[in-house]
Ligand binder design. Structure first.
Ligand code: 8YV
Length: 315
């Protein structure tokens, strides 16, 4: 029996590509120089998409695949998948929740600490010889016992807040409603008020059309010249132009960012700033988590084509 054809939208580590390639015929979209011609050539056979969180599957891609049955996302975020088109066509969608939650939270907290204590600059201070020639590194502000705001207390936000509690921080959060699982933290419905009440504001919202630019000029100004914004969700949750303006003119103290509009080609204005910590969208990037994510992508595809229940369905 011939293998089911899958459109592979982005690369995976070898330990995922191996089993996927044995089980399915993989069409490697990301290696095509003319993607439209590629879809035209292979589109009529393809029954599944294996994609990554940030790459998703847009309307044009889904529409080019008349036999498409399932989209399996390597990532918890499925905002880049055109869910409306998938729903209309009865196409199933899966993601990789839970397995990455703690790694994403770990990186968010690490970014806060690294940025607050100036660790990137401190490393350069040592390596560049400034320690020996200029002496002590400039003093930074502390993190413990400060006020943290968590915008979106879902799985990842909850794990961030749990970690911040270990630093004796005063924790508040925004969400659509107060969470019964967060009795010790202050619920503040309005993001602007949350920002006013925060020294460090974490953005941990699942991105959607409704949350686009939820962190805009008002939230940024409320966080203020001594505040720090940490984004481990999606770039679309923040108005990036407003963020850049505020970082450039000191209306916002600093930022630590793992996600960017148009990544990996980020706005060059970020590179000119010394009050921002830049990370290459790697919050889920540990071997352990990526292996678990790859296994879920594979297991969901196999379950679907063997007629079994999906493990982590979105649709
Ligand atoms: C990426 C993510 O998917 O989980 C998500 O939504 O954005 C990440 O885990 C990861 O970079 C793999 O592409």
């Amino acid at each position: 029996m011939s293998k089911v054809a899958i459109l592979q939208v982005g690369p995976y580590p070898a330990w995922d590509e191996g089993p996927l390639g044995e089980k399915f015929t993989l069409h490697r979209y990301f290696e095509a120089s003319d993607t439209a011609a590629f879809l035209k050539a292979h589109g009529s056979d393809i029954r599944g998409i294996a994609t990554r969180g940030e790459l998703g599957a847009n309307k044009a891609m889904i529409e080019a695949l008349p036999k498409l049955e399932i989209i399996s996302v390597y990532g918890v975020g499925f905002d880049a998948v055109d869910l409306a088109t998938a729903r209309e066509r009865g196409i199933r969608v899966t993601n990789t929740p839970d397995v990455l939650t703690k790694d994403v939270a770990d990186l968010g907290v690490a970014m806060m600490l690294a940025q607050a204590r100036g660790m990137t600059g401190a490393e350069t201070w040592v390596r560049g010889g400034d320690w020996a020639s200029r002496g002590l590194y400039p003093l930074k502000s502390r993190v413990h016992e400060k006020r943290a705001g968590v915008l979106g207390l879902g799985r990842i936000g909850f794990e961030v807040a749990k970690r911040l509690a270990g630093f004796d921080m005063d924790i508040a959060y925004s969400d659509v409603e107060p969470k019964t699982y967060a009795p010790d933290w202050t619920f503040i419905a309005d993001p602007v008020t949350l920002a006013q009440h925060s020294d460090f504001l974490f953005v941990t919202l699942a991105a959607s059309a409704a949350t686009r630019h939820i962190v805009g000029k008002q939230v940024i100004d409320a966080l203020g010249p001594d505040g720090m914004l940490i984004n481990i969700s999606r770039a679309s949750n923040i108005d990036e132009q407003a963020l850049l303006d505020a970082l450039e003119n000191g209306r916002l103290g600093s930022a630590a960012l793992d996600v960017f509009e148009g990544e990996p080609k980020i706005n060059p204005r970020f590179l000119e700033l010394d009050n921002v910590l830049l990370q290459p969208h790697h919050a889920s990037g540990t071997v352990e988590t990526r292996k678990a994510m790859g296994k879920l992508v594979y297991d969901n595809l196999v379950a679907h084509f063997e007629g079994r229940d999906l493990l982590t369905p979105v649709l």
